[in-house]
Write a protein that binds this ligand. Structure first.
Ligand SMILES: NCCCNCCCCCC(O)(O)C(F)(F)F
Ligand SMILES: [Zn+2]
Length: 343
């Protein structure tokens, strides 16, 4: 399997996040991608290719233009306002406030275009964001060109980013961008299978009213876990999208048997949908040792996920999302990929 990777992810470094009332170093850090890359090499998964560069056209098919055009202006505006630390919002237009008027202050604009304080900017963040979707689009082109599968080693991740908002370490929804790209390249139906521990609220929001892109999410129950405000089982899609959004919320402590029951049902629904291609939002924060997550999957379980996805018998693009147990992130993420290839 070929991997696409860009060293430009490393410019998104030194970020902080707000956890339990304290500003702490961000869990979404450069070593995550480096450990995965090292494991791709040590497992001899296949060649590691640099991304082709793309313009923003494919991105603006799923994200609003004003939101995307805002992203590269953040750091310059933040610096121009005299700040040096991570650019982070602290006010959001929630119920009863106006979300149709964008204030002039950069701090407010960050809140205008986000749902939490988890998507922060430093000097190299925009370059990293751009390299991440270039990686995803380059890997998608490999699958379109006939590769049975490919691995987009994306960083930053994307599945919490909606049409016009960022959050949860996500800025551009890489999986959504490539799913739309496959449609534009002639795929009649595309399935997105999101196995990250957290619900892919952004991906759901982007495709919620569409029947041509099926979105299947396996995740921790939002009644008790981030992102909290989307991801319930009764969210089944709207209008033409009714029935094409499937959520499998699961309780804290879920281990392989319970998680696999959701995977089996999701795969049956995917097979019934008969897509031309599958995009896997690959997060491995379902791992028992993940520092911010509450599922109990073991490293030996990840190859089983890959084997099950391979049994779908469809062209498959893996897009990297989350996972914070950095020592084991490579073993677990690449375990899915070697399992897919049944090695
Ligand atoms: N205790 C409060 C910390 C807030 N937690 C934010 C969790 C973000 C999870 C991101 C992710 O893993 O879903 C992604 F795949 F997008 F990277
Ligand atoms: Zn996650």
């Amino acid at each position: 399997m070929k991997t696409v990777f860009s060293p430009l992810h490393a410019g998104h470094a030194g970020n902080v996040e707000l956890i339990s009332g304290a500003i702490v170093p961000a869990f979404e850090k450069p070593s995550r991608a480096e450990f995965i890359k090292a494991r791709v090499e040590s497992e001899k998964l296949g060649p590691i290719l640099p991304p082709e560069s793309h313009d923003l056209a494919a991105v603006k098919k799923v994200h609003s233009g004003d939101y995307i055009d805002f992203l590269p202006t953040v750091w310059p505006l933040w610096e121009a306002s005299g700040r040096t630390g991570s650019a982070m919002p602290f006010t959001w237009p929630t119920r009863g406030l106006r979300g149709d008027v964008r204030p002039r202050t950069i701090d407010a604009q960050l809140g205008f275009y986000s749902f939490d304080g988890g998507a922060t900017f430093v000097k190299g963040t925009w370059e990293a964001i751009k390299s991440s979707f270039d990686v995803a689009l380059t890997a998608a082109a490999l699958v379109k060109a006939g590769e049975p599968s490919a691995f987009a080693l994306c960083r930053p991740p994307g599945h919490h980013a909606g049409a016009a908002f960022m959050g949860g370490y996500c800025f551009i929804n890489n999986a959504a961008v490539v799913a739309q790209w496959f449609r534009d390249q002639g795929a009649r139906r595309v399935s997105i299978l999101d196995v990250d521990y957290h619900h892919g609220n952004g991906t759901q929001e982007i495709f919620y009213s569409r029947g041509d892109i099926q979105v299947i999410n396996l995740h921790a129950d939002p009644m008790t876990e981030y992102p909290f405000f989307l991801g319930h089982a009764d969210e089944r899609g709207a209008g033409p999208g009714e029935g094409f959004n499937l959520n499998y919320p699961m309780p804290f402590g879920t281990s392989w048997d319970g998680w696999n029951a959701s995977l089996e049902d999701g795969c049956a629904k995917l097979t019934a949908y008969a897509p031309d291609v599958v995009v896997v939002s690959l997060g491995v924060d379902t791992f028992e040792k993940d520092p911010i997550s509450q599922f109990k999957l073991k490293s030996a379980d990840y190859p089983k996920i890959g084997r099950r996805i391979a049994r779908l018998g469809l062209p498959t693009l893996f897009v990297m999302e989350g996972g914070y147990a950095v020592e084991e992130i490579g073993v677990n993420a690449v375990g899915v990929l070697t399992g897919f290839e049944d090695r």
